[in-house]
Design a protein around this ligand. Structure first.
Ligand SMILES: Cc1cc2nc3c(=O)[nH]c(=O)nc-3n(C[C@H](O)[C@H](O)[C@H](O)COP(=O)(O)O)c2cc1C
Length: 140
């Protein structure tokens, strides 16, 4: 089972989530590839499952210079695919994630659970939550 974890992170918070999610998915037998969005050059069609991560930016939106154009370019390929969403946030109530979930559901993707949100940098408990999320996504 091939799993890609593709994320954008400004200050490393979502990156730390991505690493823990990738570790968890590996524990459950996934062949996991971890990319920051500017490192990813393949096709998401080559993966059985994809976890996307992006922090809350702008005014409750995905980061607009790199992640949003990337996501827009691949969102027509996620229909029927097992997708997970995650990201770090600051002062908001998670509106960016609810909008992102709706967008993924509108494409008829197979969204795992709800998007995983962590406030700021994940602490040890937060990293454990991310790991479990990755583990369960690999089994999904
Ligand atoms: C330009 C900018 C815009 C932001 N907008 C939001 C926002 O709308 N809602 C929110 O909850 N946090 C917002 N934040 C806070 C970040 O989501 C938060 O610091 C997060 O932990 C950053 O994660 P990262 O290091 O993975 O980018 C914003 C931060 C910056 C720098």
């Amino acid at each position: 089972m091939k799993i890609a974890v593709i994320y954008w992170s400004g200050t490393g918070n979502t990156a730390a989530m991505a690493e823990a999610i990738a570790d968890g998915a590996k524990e459950n037998g996934g062949e996991v590839s971890l990319f920051s969005v500017n490192e990813f050059s393949g096709s998401i069609k080559d993966y059985d499952k994809v976890a996307f991560g992006c922090s809350a930016m702008g005014d409750e939106v995905l980061e607009e210079a790199e992640f949003e154009p990337f996501f827009m370019s691949i969102e027509n390929d996620i229909s029927g695919k097992k997708i997970a969403l995650f990201g770090s946030y600051g002062w908001g109530d998670g509106q960016w994630m609810r909008d992102w979930e709706e967008r993924v559901n509108d494409k008829n993707a197979n969204l795992y659970d709800t998007g995983l949100m962590i406030n700021g940098m994940p602490d040890d408990d937060g990293k454990e939550i991310c790991k479990e999320f990755g583990k369960n996504f690999a089994a999904y």
